[in-house]
Design a protein around this ligand. Structure first.
Ligand code: 5GP
Ligand code: ZN
Length: 116
């Protein structure tokens, strides 16, 4: 399957900036950050999107959230957003499930105007 995130998590493409990895999950830096801190928490298993989740995926969804939480703690973020884009109409471009970890804003002006 020609999936860029499968290639990344299985190390077929060299990847710097891995913040966390275990048997099931990799958290790596987004290459075009849309926040001062922007990581992607990605299951090694190929799941297309939240729309494609099945009952047996409950554990892996929990794992990608906990992995993002750990990275946020390691980076000493005091607050952050965790975002799933779901489907093209939801802004999803890469068809391999990923959780965006966004944060690092420091100016109150920016924080006041963050999108939901
Ligand atoms: P989506 O819009 O699908 O939720 O987000 C995909 C994200 O993956 C985007 O923020 C994009 O910058 C990031 N991305 C796409 N391709 C690569 C890549 O090859 N390496 C990294 N590190 N990030 C990528
Ligand atoms: Zn994939």
């Amino acid at each position: 399957m020609d999936c860029i995130f499968c290639k990344i998590v299985h190390k077929e493409i060299p990847l710097e900036n891995i913040a966390y990895e275990d048997d099931d999950v990799v958290v790596f830096k987004d290459h075009k950050p849309s926040a001062p801190v922007h990581y992607l928490s990605v299951p090694k298993e190929h799941i297309q999107s939240i729309m494609h989740l099945e009952e047996n995926h409950k554990a892996i969804i929990s794992k990608i959230i906990f992995a993002a939480k750990k990275v946020a703690k390691d980076l000493e973020l005091k607050g952050y957003k965790l975002v799933f884009n779901v489907g093209r109409e939801g802004g999803q471009v890469i068809d391999h499930l990923h959780l965006h970890l966004l944060g690092g804003w420091t100016k109150q002006e920016e924080i006041d105007h963050l999108p939901n």
